[in-house]
Design a protein around this ligand. Structure first.
Ligand code: AP5
Ligand code: MG
Length: 214
C-alpha cells in the first residue's frame, strides 16, 4: 500500500509516518528529511536549498521530484509513505507518472486536518532526535529522561532552523497557496481521506489506520 500524508506544517505527518513504519513495515519518504540530510552533509544541492527552507519557502519541483525518483528503486517493503511530497500540482502529476512507470499505484491520500492556531504551539515546541529521527514536543510528548531520546538513548536532540513563528507564517502561506489545491485534486481522483489531526496522537493514529483499512 502506497500512501500520501498531506497536511500543513506541524499537522503530524512525520509523527504518524513513524507509527506506520513501526506498525506496518512501511518506508517513510520525507522530502523535508532528505533536504535536511543534504544540508547536513554539505552537498551543492544542500547549500542551494538552505536559505529557501529557513525562510519557509518551497524548493523547486525539479529538486524534490529528483529526490523522490531516486527512492523508488529501493525496497518498498510494506509500502511507501510520501511525507511532505507532493506539495504542488506539478509534483502530484510527476508522482503519478513515476509510480505508473514502475507499475505501482497510489492507494490512499490521508489529509491530517488541523487549525492554524494549534500549529504555532506544535512547531515552536518540537524537537527531534538527530540519531533516530523520533519526534518530540516540549509539552505533549517530552522525553522520559530529559535530554535523552526514549527510542535510541541518543543525547543529540535538535530543533529545526525553520521552527520559528516567522518561518511558520511563510510555510503556512505556501501550504495554502500551493499545497492545499491537492486536496481537491485527490478528492476528484477518489482517494482522499480526511482525519482530524487535532485529536490526541493515539486517536489520530487509530483514525489513520481506519482510513487505510477501509
Ligand atoms: P517538512 O520537513 O516536510 O516540513 P513541514 O511540511 O512544514 O511539516 P513538519 O515536518 O513541520 O510537520 P509534520 O506534519 O511532519 O509534523 P510533526 O509530526 O513533526 O519541510 C520542510 C521544508 O522543506 C519546507 O518548508 C520546504 O522548504 C522544503 N520541502 C520539503 N518538501 C518539499 C516539497 N515536496 N516541495 C518543495 N519544498 C519542500 O509534528 C509537529 C509537532 O507536533 C511535534 O512536536 C509533534 O510531537 C507534535 N504533534 C504531532 N501530532 C500531535 C497531536 N496529535 N497532538 C499533539 N501534538 C502533536
Ligand atoms: Mg515532518
Amino acid at each position: 500500500m502506497n500512501i500520501i500524508l498531506l497536511g500543513a506544517p506541524g499537522a503530524g505527518k512525520g509523527t504518524q509516518a513513524r507509527v506506520l513504519v513501526e506498525g506496518r513495515n512501511m518506508v517513510q519518504l520525507s522530502t523535508g528529511d532528505m533536504l535536511r540530510a543534504a544540508r547536513t552533509s554539505g552537498t551543492e544541492m544542500g547549500k542551494k536549498v538552505a536559505a529557501i527552507m529557513d525562510a519557509g519557502q518551497l524548493v523547486t519541483d525539479e529538486i524534490v521530484i529528483g529526490l523522490i525518483a531516486e527512492q523508488l528503486d529501493g525496497d518498498t517493503k510494506g509500502g511507501l509513505i510520501f511525507d511532505g511530497f507532493p506539495r504542488t500540482l506539478a509534483q502530484a502529476d510527476a508522482l503519478g507518472d513515476l509510480l505508473a512507470a514502475k507499475g505501482m499505484e497510489l492507494d490512499a491520500v490521508v489529509e491530517l486536518r488541523v487549525d492554524d492556531e494549534a500549529l504555532v504551539d506544535r512547531i515552536t515546541g518540537r524537537f527531534t532526535c538527530g540519531n533516530c529521527g523520533e519526534v518530540y514536543h516540549d509539552r505533549t510528548k517530552p522525553t522520559k529522561v530529559e535530554g535523552t531520546c526514549d527510542v535510541c538513548g541518543s543525547h543529540d536532540l535538535k530543533r529545526r532552523a525553520d521552527d520559528n513563528e516567522d518561518s511558520l507564517r511563510q510555510r503556512l502561506l505556501e501550504y495554502y497557496k500551493k499545497t492545499s489545491p491537492l486536496i481537491g485534486y485527490y478528492h476528484c481522483k477518489g482517494n482522499l481521506n480526511a482525519v482530524d489531526g487535532l485529536q490526541a496522537m493515539e486517536k489520530v493514529t487509530a483514525d489513520v489506520a481506519a482510513a487505510l483499512d477501509a
